[in-house]
Ligand binder design. Structure first.
Ligand SMILES: Cc1cc2nc3c(=O)[nH]c(=O)nc-3n(C[C@H](O)[C@H](O)[C@H](O)COP(=O)(O)OP(=O)(O)OC[C@H]3O[C@@H](n4cnc5c(N)ncnc54)[C@H](O)[C@@H]3O)c2cc1C
Length: 495
C-alpha cells in the first residue's frame, strides 16, 4: 500500500494552506482529499470575498502586500494602523472575553506573516474599497479593521491555491469523502478511510490534517447543536460541510472545544436558495443595514442597526432574524441612503426587493403589518438626533427615546422612494469543533496531542464565541493551516 507523508482532508483555504506548508517543510508525498466534485472544490473559501484581516503599523507596511497600488492610490487612501493589539482587543470584545488566549495570540501575531507567506506563494492582494471604504471629501476612508482581500475574491484565492498545489506536486483527489481515520499502534493516526459507491478504501499516511469545515450544512446537526429553528436557516456556502471531520476526530478521542451552540450567521436574501450558489456566491449578503432600519413582519425594529461598524455586528444579526416571526425581516432604506448600498450585492441579478412611494404601500407589498410599520417609522424619525452623518466612522448620530436605539448613522427614513429588502438568516459556519495546541495538533480529553492528527480551519473550536470580527476566518485558516502543515510534515519525517 502506498504511504503518504501527509494527507490533508478538505479542499478549502485551510486545507491548501496546510498542504503548501507541509511541502515547505520537506514533505513530498502529500495527498489532499476533497469530498465534493471538482467544481465545488474550495468549500466555503470559494464563496468568500477573499477578505482577510491582517495587522500593520502603517500604509507603507501594508503596501508590499498589494498588487497594483500606485502613489495616486496611496494619496486617496485614508487607513488607520491596525496592530496585533487592535486585533486582539476586537477578538476579546466581540467574543465577550471567551476566545482562547493562546489560539488568539497565535492568530493575531501570525496574521501579517501568514498573508506575506501567501503572497510569496503567489496569491495577490488588493485593497477592497467597494466593501470596506466610504468616499468622504474625495478620499477613500477605510473602516472596521478589514481592508485587504485576495485578488479575484474567494474564487481567485482558491484558483491560485490549486495552481500552486499543482506546481508543488501535491496530489488532489475530488469526490473522495473521508469517512474515518485509520488508527495504528497506541492510538496514533496512520491514515484515512475514503468512502465511495464502491466501498471503503484505506489510505496510509504518517500524518493527517483535518481541514474539512464545520457542520453548518447539515440541518440535523444544526438543530441538535445550535437549537430549535436552525434547521430552517439558509446555508450561505458549500452544501458539503456536514461535520464528518469533527465526528471522526471526536471518535479518535479529540476534545470537543469552543462554542458548540454558536455560529456565524448574517442577513441573507430571503429568496436565496437553501444552500450556496456557485455563480452568485456571496452576493446574497445584505450588509448595508447600518445605514437603514430593520423591521420584522409585525413592523417592529428588533436590533440596534448602528451598534457598531458592520464588521462587528453582521455575524450575530443573522441569529436575531431567525428569532423573528416567520424567520424573516426587512431592511428599509430611502432615497438618501439608497445610493450608499453595497450595489454589487443589493443590485445582484434576481435580488429580492420592493419599492414604493409610501411606507404604507411598501408594508403591503412585503406583507408587513402596515399600521405598525407606519408607527415604527414615525417614532424612529422623531427620535433621530441632530449631528453629522459619516458612514466611515462611528459618527454618534443616534436616536433618543426608542427601544432598541440606533446608536450611529441614524438618518430619518422620510425621502421616497422607499426600498425594502427581505432577509433571512444565512448561516456561514459553526464555531464548535475540536481543540488544538499551538502546533495545530489535535488534543485529547486530557490535553495530550493525538499522535499524527492535526486540524485547521472551521473545525477548530475555541476562537469564536457569539460573534466574529469580519475577515478572520480565512486568516485563521491560513495561520493554523500553515502551522498544521509544518507540524504534520515534521511528524512525518520523524515517524
Ligand atoms: C458566502 C461566504 C462569504 C464569506 N466571506 C468571508 C470573507 O470574505 N473573509 C473571511 O475571512 N471569511 C469569509 N467567510 C468564512 C470563510 O469561508 C471560512 O471561515 C473559511 O473559508 C473556512 O475555511 P476552511 O478551509 O476551514 O473551510 P472550507 O473552505 O469550507 O473547506 C472545507 C472543505 O472540506 C470539504 N469536506 C467536508 N467534509 C469532507 C470530508 N468528509 N472529506 C473530505 N472533504 C470534506 C468540503 O467539501 C470543503 O471543500 C465566508 C463564508 C461564506 C459562506
Amino acid at each position: 500500500m502506498q504511504m503518504y507523508d501527509v494527507i490533508v482532508v478538505g479542499g478549502g483555504n485551510a486545507a491548501f494552506s496546510a498542504a503548501h506548508a507541509a511541502y515547505d517543510e520537506g514533505a513530498r508525498r502529500i495527498l489532499l482529499l476533497e469530498k465534493a466534485p471538482l467544481e465545488w472544490i474550495g468549500g466555503n473559501s470559494t464563496f468568500t470575498a477573499g477578505a482577510m484581516r491582517t495587522t500593520f503599523a502603517s500604509l507603507a507596511e501594508l503596501r508590499p502586500l498589494l498588487a497594483d497600488f500606485s502613489d495616486d492610490d496611496a494619496d486617496r487612501t485614508v487607513v488607520e494602523p491596525y496592530r496585533a493589539s487592535d486585533f486582539r482587543a476586537d477578538m476579546e470584545r466581540v467574543t465577550e472575553g471567551r476566545c482562547d488566549p493562546e489560539l488568539t495570540t497565535i492568530l493575531v501575531d501570525d496574521a501579517a506573516g501568514a498573508l506575506r507567506w501567501l503572497r510569496d506563494k503567489g496569491i495577490a492582494f488588493r485593497f477592497m474599497p467597494e466593501r470596506q471604504a466610504y468616499e468622504v471629501v474625495g478620499k477613500l476612508h477605510y473602516w472596521g479593521g478589514l481592508y485587504v482581500g485576495a485578488v479575484g475574491g474567494g474564487e481567485g484565492l482558491m484558483a491560485r491555491h490549486l495552481e500552486i498545489a499543482a506546481a508543488e506536486g501535491i496530489e488532489v483527489r475530488c469526490e473522495s469523502p473521508v469517512v474515518d481515520l485509520a488508527r495504528g499502534a497506541h492510538g496514533a493516526v496512520g491514515g484515512v478511510v475514503v468512502g465511495s459507491a464502491d466501498g471503503r478504501e484505506t489510505i496510509a499516511a504518517k500524518s493527517v490534517v483535518l481541514a474539512s469545515g464545520g457542520f453548518e450544512a447539515d440541518p440535523r446537526r444544526r438543530a441538535q447543536y445550535l437549537g430549535p429553528g436552525w434547521d430552517v436557516a439558509k446555508v450561505r456556502g458549500t452544501p458539503y460541510n456536514t461535520g464528518e471531520g469533527i465526528d471522526m476526530a471526536l471518535a479518535a478521542g479529540a476534545q470537543p472545544y469552543g462554542h458548540w451552540s454558536g455560529c456565524h450567521s448574517i442577513a441573507w436574501d430571503a429568496g436565496a436558495p437553501p444552500t450556496g450558489d456557485l455563480v452568485l456566491t456571496n452576493r446574497f449578503s445584505r450588509q448595508s443595514y447600518p445605514i437603514g432600519i430593520v423591521v420584522n413582519r409585525d413592523g417592529r425594529r428588533f436590533v440596534d442597526e448602528g451598534a457598531d461598524l458592520r464588521n462587528y455586528t453582521y455575524a450575530k444579526y443573522g441569529a436575531e432574524i431567525l428569532k423573528q416571526p416567520g424567520a424573516i425581516a426587512f431592511q428599509l432604506f430611502d432615497a438618501v441612503t439608497a445610493p450608499l448600498l453595497r450595489h454589487q450585492d443589493y443590485g445582484a441579478p434576481g435580488a429580492s426587493r420592493a419599492e414604493a412611494a409610501t411606507i404604507r404601500e411598501l408594508a403591503k407589498m412585503c406583507g408587513i403589518e402596515p399600521d405598525r410599520l407606519e408607527e415604527t417609522v414615525r417614532a424612529y424619525n422623531a427620535a433621530v438626533q441632530p449631528g453629522a452623518f459619516n458612514p466611515a466612522v462611528k459618527d454618534g448620530k443616534r436616536t433618543e427615546g426608542i427601544t432598541p436605539p440606533k446608536s450611529n448613522w441614524a438618518l430619518p427614513l422620510d425621502r421616497p422612494p422607499f426600498l425594502a429588502f427581505p432577509v433571512a438568516c444565512g448561516i456561514t459556519f459553526t464555531y464548535g469543533g475540536v481543540r488544538i495546541d499551538a502546533q495545530s495538533r489535535v488534543l485529547d480529553g486530557r490535553d495530550r496531542p493525538i499522535p499524527g492528527l492535526h486540524a485547521a480551519g472551521e473545525l477548530v473550536g475555541g476562537l469564536f464565541y457569539f460573534n466574529y470580527p469580519g475577515g478572520s476566518g480565512l486568516t485563521s485558516g491560513t495561520v493554523f493551516g500553515r502551522r498544521a502543515g509544518h507540524a504534520a510534515a515534521r511528524h512525518a519525517a520523524s515517524a
